[in-house]
Design a protein around this ligand. Structure first.
Ligand code: DQA
Length: 144
């Protein structure tokens, strides 16, 4: 199985960025957590991070016919991006949405998710484990 993990704006700043909300672990540690898990499970994974909406759209389009599943933390674009939603719908690849923090327990505007209108599942508020849970959900064909 081939999974593409996409991380949106400022997730590259993990470890520095609002540690009270996102924790002290770095983006490199997040990548390692995902790579180690996928290696153990025999999953082929690519991890991509961008601060640019259009680049994320391009990456999703390029995933067509290449990846079996997408795990995406669109970060701030979660709450604004119809373009990312439409790209996911265009390629039709199974998708799970992840948030490190519990977006429902924060500001009102974080409760809206455009990607959530397409994603099969949303995992939120369990830190880095959310990415592993999302990968396992895709591996197990939609079972937790
Ligand atoms: C986030 C939550 C978003 O509201 C925020 O804009 C982020 C990170 C999370 O992982 O908790 O950048 O997606």
């Amino acid at each position: 199985m081939k999974i593409l993990v996409i991380n949106g704006p400022s997730l590259n700043m993990l470890g520095i960025r609002e540690p009270g909300i996102y924790g002290k672990r770095t983006y490199a540690e997040l990548e390692k957590t995902i790579y180690d898990h996928c290696e153990k499970q025999g999953v082929t994974v690519e991890i991509y991070q961008s601060n640019h909406e259009g680049d994320i759209v391009d990456k999703i389009q390029a995933a067509y016919g290449v990846f079996d599943g997408i795990v995406i933390n669109p970060a701030a674009y979660t709450h604004t991006s119809v373009a990312i939603l439409d790209a996911l719908k265009a390629v039709g690849i199974r998708t799970v949405e992840v948030h490190i923090s519990d977006v429902d327990k924060r500001e009102e505007f974080r409760r809206i998710s455009y990607v959530g209108l397409y994603a099969e599942k949303t995992v939120k508020g369990i830190g880095f484990d959310g990415y592993i849970k999302a990968i396992e959900y895709l591996r197990n064909d939609g079972k937790d």
